[in-house]
Design a protein around this ligand. Structure first.
Ligand SMILES: Nc1ncnc2c1ncn2[C@@H]1O[C@H](COP(=O)(O)OP(=O)(O)O)[C@@H](O)[C@H]1O
Ligand SMILES: [Mg+2]
Length: 273
């Protein structure tokens, strides 16, 4: 069940880290919501709290205050209906491609045989049919990240949380990965929250792009990207695409001008040195 049609919500979500040099307010009072099936990108300067917000949604970091709600339930820890993908594919080097994809099935103690066909189908769809028995070191960075995507989808989670998954790839591989991900989501519809630094990537992939600002963690812009799907890569050449990119760039630049986003606000705890 979802509240008011929202499938994912952050309500005044905050995260404060206590460090030796004081309190770091990584996220302060963030608010946003997503409908089921939406692809939402989060853009914003380094250090504005995108990863922290994503980790709170994944249940991997508890919120200090506020609420995160997913599919009508508060997020209190890692959940089976969420798949997470990081910048690094973090595959197990001694396991084959197929066994890496099936790893969540083993961890969740599901019946492996019931997921074999799905694992093979996923690998086929990302262009890795025939690579099932390879080890991660035999694959390129882009191929490893494709395996990580299959692994995140194997147990059919409702939500995918992705933290700069293509940032370490070269530009051409990154473009290919955007097309692969877009096609995959045509087949396996998911609600996606996608953190990226690339404005073009965000516009190509998303239904909505949020620009996150400094502190408090405000959403400076919530931009609808109404291109129909499937999206041919050529939309990147259109004037409309360029105009969305320009709007986003100007908003991010304005955000920079009004804050020092390179550092989270640090308040010194009493007695801290
Ligand atoms: N585990 C942590 N301990 C202390 N500070 C942290 C921790 N994780 C993140 N931070 C700080 O919180 C702020 C937000 O970080 P992060 O969410 O990684 O930002 P972004 O992903 O937007 O670059 C940064 O200043 C970062 O240094
Ligand atoms: Mg980050």
């Amino acid at each position: 069940m979802t509240v008011g049609g929202d499938f994912i919500s952050a309500i005044e979500a905050s995260k404060t880290y206590t460090t030796r040099s004081g309190l770091i307010h990584a996220v302060q009072g963030a608010n946003f919501s997503a409908k089921e099936g939406q692809f939402i990108s989060l853009l914003g300067p380094s250090g504005c709290g995108k990863s922290t917000l994503l980790m709170m949604l994944a249940g991997l970091e508890p919120a200090s205050s506020g609420r995160l709600v997913l599919a009508g339930e508060p997020v209190l820890g890692p959940r089976r209906d969420t798949g997470v993908i990081f910048q690094d594919a973090t595959l197990l080097p001694w396991k084959s491609v197929l066994d890496n994809v099936l790893f969540p099935v083993d961890i969740l103690k599901l019946v492996r045989n019931e997921y074999l066909d799905r694992a093979r189908e996923l690998l086929e769809r990302v262009g890795l049919g025939g690579f099932e028995d390879k080890r991660p070191h035999e694959l390129s960075g882009g191929m490893r990240q494709r395996v990580a995507i299959c692994r995140a989808l194997i147990h059919d989670p409702k939500v995918l949380l992705m933290d700069e998954p293509f940032s370490a790839l070269d530009a051409i591989t990154r473009d290919q990965m955007n097309v692969v991900l877009s096609e995959l989501l045509e087949r396996y519809r998911k609600t996606v929250i996608f953190v990226t630094h690339s404005i073009r990537e965000a516009v190509y992939l998303s239904d909505r792009v949020l620009v996150m600002g400094g502190r408090p963690s405000s959403m400076l812009l919530d931009l609808d990207i109404p291109f129909s799907r499937p999206r041919p890569f050529e939309i990147e050449e259109t004037q409309e695409f360029g105009s969305y990119c320009r709007t986003l760039r100007l908003t991010i630049e304005r955000g920079h001008a009004h804050s020092d986003p390179s550092r989270a606000k640090v308040s010194f705890a009493q007695g801290a040195s």
